[in-house]
Ligand binder design. Structure first.
Ligand SMILES: Cc1cc2nc3c(=O)[nH]c(=O)nc-3n(C[C@H](O)[C@H](O)[C@H](O)COP(=O)(O)OP(=O)(O)OC[C@H]3O[C@@H](n4cnc5c(N)ncnc54)[C@H](O)[C@@H]3O)c2cc1C
Ligand SMILES: *[C@@H]1O[C@H](CO)[C@@H](O)[C@H](O)[C@H]1NC(C)=O
Ligand SMILES: *[C@@H]1O[C@H](CO)[C@@H](O)[C@H](O)[C@H]1NC(C)=O
Ligand SMILES: *[C@@H]1O[C@H](CO)[C@@H](O)[C@H](O)[C@H]1NC(C)=O
Ligand SMILES: *[C@@H]1O[C@H](CO)[C@@H](O)[C@H](O)[C@H]1NC(C)=O
Ligand SMILES: *[C@@H]1O[C@H](CO)[C@@H](O)[C@H](O)[C@H]1NC(C)=O
Ligand SMILES: *[C@@H]1O[C@H](CO)[C@@H](O)[C@H](O)[C@H]1NC(C)=O
Ligand SMILES: *[C@@H]1O[C@H](CO)[C@@H](O)[C@H](O)[C@H]1NC(C)=O
Ligand SMILES: *[C@@H]1O[C@H](CO)[C@@H](O)[C@H](O)[C@H]1NC(C)=O
Ligand SMILES: *[C@@H]1O[C@H](CO)[C@@H](O)[C@H](O)[C@H]1NC(C)=O
Length: 625
């Protein structure tokens, strides 16, 4: 086949002018330069490849089509030495040449830190299947087995567009599964993949530039945005890098509630919410223009003027499907003059959770009105929380909700209808309602948001969006609350994200938005999650996943049949993911995907077009037709 012969043409330096990759140690890099062959891979055959001529399955290690070590080193030269042969993060905990007690202890100590995970080529905040656990020797743990499992086998530590393009082209030329990872925060296994080559973007970060008035990089005059903007150069930005730039210029950027998520990867491309979305819109709606590396290495700018189809798809149509987003320009909004925060804490005073369910039902039912009055924020509820929700209560409901540019009196008044409803449970529920004021967005964010959940945890979760119709029928809602609360022995927890309404609804008029249309009428999202003890038998894990999909998410779907799910925080086993995550946009997104990804290099589970592939029993991806 054409592409097979291409590998021997490792002569033409199609990417010879690639900027040098990062070399942590100049001496080591110089020494390596004398041993690494300097020939590079010729990618020109990719242009004439067609998907129908490729083998049925992607090549994985051990297959005869898997590139030889020599080809990998030619590829390494092509990407200026940025190729990493991966090993499990905690390989140092296991017997073998890399065993190292101090390194193992460091990794174990940092395992739950999402910044630590993001700094590792194979780091995942929310691994779907951990096959190499950290070992706490102090606690007397002993190593079992350690394998790469579903982790990529090579990674390109890309810091420029040439390296990005080379990784994409190499995966195409050799028919290898490509995985894109920025932070590894993904919850659906979309930044992981068996036998794959990873395009690692974490270190590609050339800074954030404030514009007091947005200026199009391409002279586009069609944008209706007349406010300030921030240019994010390089895909490695996490909100924690961008927020200080916004704060220093007294503007608000819509970032994640957690500052460790990436700014233009899965968070943005899947929708993206945070404490400012209700007032200023979804993450995807902030993007004024995007620079994208395409399947053939071409770098384009997408905006309201140019490449509007991929602009639409990138702004909410799902990650890793159409191209690699390498820079964006986003809206910057006025800093509010005040933020009023309400903290509500409800605890069940008896073992009978009936009143708690009534209270949660009342809150679900009443929040659309409260949100129309300006409230937005995040809550958690459970009847058996693994850790106390507040004080010693493990059965209850807590939230922090906020209003911009409002007085405390206005914030209290907007809660009056729900306060009256909750008061009737005062014999069975403890209810505490308190208020705090902040003088601007960032002083609020740094205290009330910006909290990092623990990384490295495994659980099964699913979610559903709720519109007014879904909370109107309170009898059905009350039954659903009972089902998703789970049995006390399950330690189920629910997170409710009141992050829509307001500007999210107003942005429904944006013709270039690929966001799930149900987001434009749904006020909030409820996530239901169940974990399991480390080392639980597979049957326990499978049963937990099954319960989430077929009991708990199913109950929410029955109550909210006309909405969908926020794809970034959804059930990765959802059998209806095409409708639930993309709704009526699916067909249009698929046609854009086919145009921009003719070889099927941008695959991720539950992503647009992913049904063209299915993992076989070894975990390798095979084409379904
Ligand atoms: C600790 C934590 C906190 C979270 N907080 C929030 C929150 O506040 N609000 C919210 O809306 N969601 C939140 N989420 C969910 C979050 O939106 C998703 O996990 C999202 O996928 C993260 O995107 P990422 O780029 O940081 O992660 P990654 O795992 O690096 O990537 C996620 C997906 O995007 C693709 N991708 C990454 N970069 C690019 C790129 N440059 N071009 C093309 N494709 C790319 C990957 O291939 C993968 O499919 C949180 C998740 C975690 C684990
Ligand atoms: C790629 O080259 C660099 C130095 O140029 C070297 O440090 C690295 O180990 C090489 N990667 C692989 C997979 O051989
Ligand atoms: C991890 O934690 C240890 C403390 O145990 C610290 O010294 C180290 O710098 C941390 N970071 C990494 C990357 O190991
Ligand atoms: C996790 O990986 C193991 C081994 O690769 C596999 O047997 C198991 O089915 C996987 N579990 C899940 C939940 O994917
Ligand atoms: C490891 O075990 C010791 C002793 O039980 C404990 O003090 C420590 O917190 C554990 N480390 C981690 C990271 O859990
Ligand atoms: C808050 O008030 C400021 C100053 O008047 C204004 O610029 C901004 O748009 C307002 N924000 C919201 C969300 O109302
Ligand atoms: C729990 O309380 C509700 C209403 O307060 C009551 O109807 C129900 O019978 C109680 N359940 C039990 C098991 O006592
Ligand atoms: C409970 O509410 C009722 C009115 O609904 C009120 O009469 C009573 O004093 C309240 N009890 C407490 C302890 O607040
Ligand atoms: C709520 O229900 C009432 C009657 O039960 C109905 O008249 C109304 O249209 C419903 N509203 C929504 C938004 O579904
Ligand atoms: C690269 O791919 C895009 C999208 O498929 C296509 O429009 C463009 O013409 C291609 N560029 C080259 C140089 O072939």
């Amino acid at each position: 086949m054409l592409f097979r012969s291409a590998i021997f043409l490792a002569s033409a330096l199609s990417l010879a002018d690639a900027a040098p990759g990062p070399s942590p140690d100049t001496d080591a890099a110089a020494a390596a330069a004398t041993t690494v062959p300097c020939s590079t891979i010729d990618f020109s055959p990719v242009a004439t490849m067609v998907a129908s001529n490729l083998p049925a399955c992607k090549c994985t290690p051990g297959d005869s089509c898997w590139p030889s070590t020599q080809i990998w080193s030619h590829f390494n030269a092509t990407v200026s030495g940025a190729l990493i042969k991966t090993t499990p993060i905690v390989i140092s905990c296991y017997p073998g040449p890399q065993q190292n007690a101090a390194q193992c202890q460091n990794a174990d100590n940092n395992w739950s830190d999402p910044y630590f995970q993001a700094s590792q080529p194979l780091g995942l905040s929310y691994p779907t299947n951990i096959t190499c656990l950290p070992i706490n020797a102090t606690a007397g743990q002993t190593p079992g087995t350690c394998t790469l499992g579903t982790n990529p086998v090579y990674a390109v530590n890309a810091v420029n567009n040439n390296q990005v393009a080379a990784a994409v082209l190499f995966a195409e030329l050799f028919n290898i599964r490509l995985v894109i990872k920025t932070t590894g925060h993904d919850i659906l296994g979309r930044s992981d993949g068996y036998g794959s080559l990873e395009l690692w973007l974490h270190n590609y970060n050339n800074g954030a530039l404030f514009q007091s008035k947005y200026t199009s990089s391409s002279g586009c005059t069609k944008s209706t945005w007349t406010g300030a903007a921030i240019v994010l150069n390089g895909p490695g930005h996490q909100w924690h890098d961008v927020n200080p730039v916004a704060a220093a210029n007294n503007v608000v950027v819509v970032g994640g509630g957690t500052p460790s998520v990436s700014s233009m990867g899965g968070w943005m491309q899947g929708g993206g919410h945070g404490p400012a979305t209700h007032s200023y819109g979804l993450g995807a709606d902030q993007v004024l223009e995007a620079e994208i590396v395409l399947w053939n290495g071409t770098v384009i700018t997408a905006s309201v003027c140019k490449n509007t189809d991929i602009f639409f798809a990138t702004r909410g149509g799902g990650p890793s499907s159409y191209g690699v987003v390498v820079s964006t320009t986003i809206k910057a909004w006025p800093n509010p003059e005040s933020v009023q925060v309400q903290h509500l804490a409800i605890g069940a005073l008896t073992a009978n959770t009936s009143s708690l369910f009534d209270a949660v039902t009342a809150i679900f039912n009443g929040m659309p009105d409260a949100m129309d009055a300006g409230y937005t924020g995040y809550g958690t509820w459970s009847i058996a929380s693994p850790t106390p929700l507040f004080a010693t209560f493990t059965a209850g409901y807590v939230h922090g909700i906020y209003m911009f540019n409002a007085t405390q009196q206005q914030a209290q008044a907007a809660w009056a209808p729900l306060r009256a409803k909750l008061a009737q449970y005062n014999s069975t529920l403890f209810v505490s309602e308190t208020y705090v004021s902040y003088s601007d967005y960032w002083s609020f964010y740094n205290v009330e948001s910006g909290v990092e959940p623990s990384a490295g945890v495994t659980s099964a979760l699913g979610s559903r969006l709720f519109d007014r119709a879904a909370v109107n029928n309170t009898a059905g809602l009350r039954d659903m609350i009972g089902v998703i609360a789970g049995a006390p022995t399950e330690f189920t927890s629910n997170s409710v994200e009141f992050v829509s309404g307001g500007q999210v609804f107003r942005d429904a008029s944006d013709p270039n938005s690929g966001v799930l249309p149900a987001c434009r009428k749904s006020y909030f999202n409820n996530i239901v999650a169940r974990g399991w003890a480390p080392g639980s038998p597979q049957a326990t894990i499978d049963a937990t996943y099954h319960d989430i999909t077929y009991n708990k998410v199913a109950a929410m779907k029955a109550q909210a049949p006309d909405t969908g799910a926020y794809m970034n925080e959804a059930d990765r086993m959802d059998p209806d993911y095409q409708t639930d995550f993309y709704g009526s946009n699916y067909a249009k997104l698929l046609s854009i995907k086919q145009r921009y990804d003719p070889l099927g290099v941008f695959y991720c589970p539950t992503c647009v077009g992913s049904s063209a592939f299915k993992p076989d029993s070894t975990g390798r991806l095979c084409r379904t037709s």
